[in-house]
Design a protein around this ligand. Structure first.
Ligand code: BT5
Length: 258
């Protein structure tokens, strides 16, 4: 691809790259919502929803996720894992984005617990896994992934916490290629969902362990993560706390006593 070339995401381009059922939208509220509706009407495993723009992209806990037109990846993959492996979907998504980002040429890459992929310490991607139950039966899971490709955060409230891939690699990236590559990674990791490698690789790629952290009022040192992805924190009294899905704040290590 030539430097500086305008690259669009289109149905046609995606058809050339994708071998799975997919729905593409120039603009949609949230790809996760479309994927949920598709799952309810019988989407097969591996089906994909993609958008060039989301107008009501969702983060965790009802927060907003920004994905304006032409500058990001916004996709939701429909999966049907064994319910025992649901906690590993987070790991699979983070591992796949990590691989993608490394493949693009980024060097300082880490996973901030539980599933933010960071480049140079800033968030380049977010993951929203959602399980859909019918009584006690798991109907399926939606793995929503957003990646900042060329979003301009200067002047945005997120400028100190977010980053785009192109700002790091200093070249133009084609989103349809990134999507195809990301899906190959997800297929790889999903095929290994039952393997302990998923957990051990995710743990090894976390940049959170041994950091001074706070999660939902609990302040201490991030000691370890469990096989289900929960974070273990040791507070200043030596008590161990376990957090499943909280929001993590990382502190300078010397701030622990304050
Ligand atoms: C996430 O939530 O990081 C999950 C984001 C998942 C987005 C994908 S896009 C495709 C699919 N469809 C959806 O509707 N969602 C999924 P959380 O950890 O709660 O982070 C949300 C917070 O990140 C916000 O409150 C902002 O502070 C920040 N944020 C919002 N947009 C961002 C962006 N583009 N890049 C970096 N940070 C962002």
């Amino acid at each position: 691809m030539q430097n500086g070339a305008e690259v669009t995401l289109s149905q046609k381009l995606l058809e050339q790259r994708l071998t799975r059922p997919f729905k593409y939208f120039d603009r949609v509220e949230s790809t996760n919502d479309v994927a949920k509706a598709w799952l309810a009407t019988g989407a097969p495993e591996g089906a994909l929803v993609l958008a060039n723009e989301q107008t009501r992209g969702r983060g965790r806990k009802g927060r907003d996720w920004h994905s304006p037109p032409n500058v990001a990846l916004a996709l939701s993959l429909i999966l049907k894992p064994d319910s025992a492996f649901l906690p590993r979907l987070n790991m699979i998504a983070a591992l796949s984005v990590y691989d993608l980002v490394r493949e693009c040429g980024c060097e300082d890459v880490g996973i901030k617990w539980p599933n933010d992929v960071q480049v140079n310490g800033l968030k380049v991607s977010g993951v929203l896994p959602e399980a859909v139950w019918e009584g006690d039966q798991l109907r399926g899971a939606i793995l929503g992934i957003g990646v900042n490709v060329r979003m301009d955060f200067s002047g945005s409230e997120l400028r100190h916490s977010a980053i785009s891939l192109e700002a790091v690699v200093k070249r133009r990236l084609e989103r349809s290629e990134l999507i195809a590559s990301l899906l190959r990674r997800i297929d790889y990791w999903y095929a290994h969902i039952a393997s302990a490698t998923v957990y051990s690789t995710w743990k090894a790629r976390l940049n959170t362990l041994n950091q001074a952290v706070a999660v939902e009022g609990v302040k201490g040192v991030a000691l370890d993560v469990t096989a289900d992805g929960a974070l273990l924190i040791r507070d200043e009294k030596g008590h161990i706390h376990q957090s499943g899905t909280g929001d993590l704040i990382v502190y300078a290590i010397d701030s622990l006593d304050k």
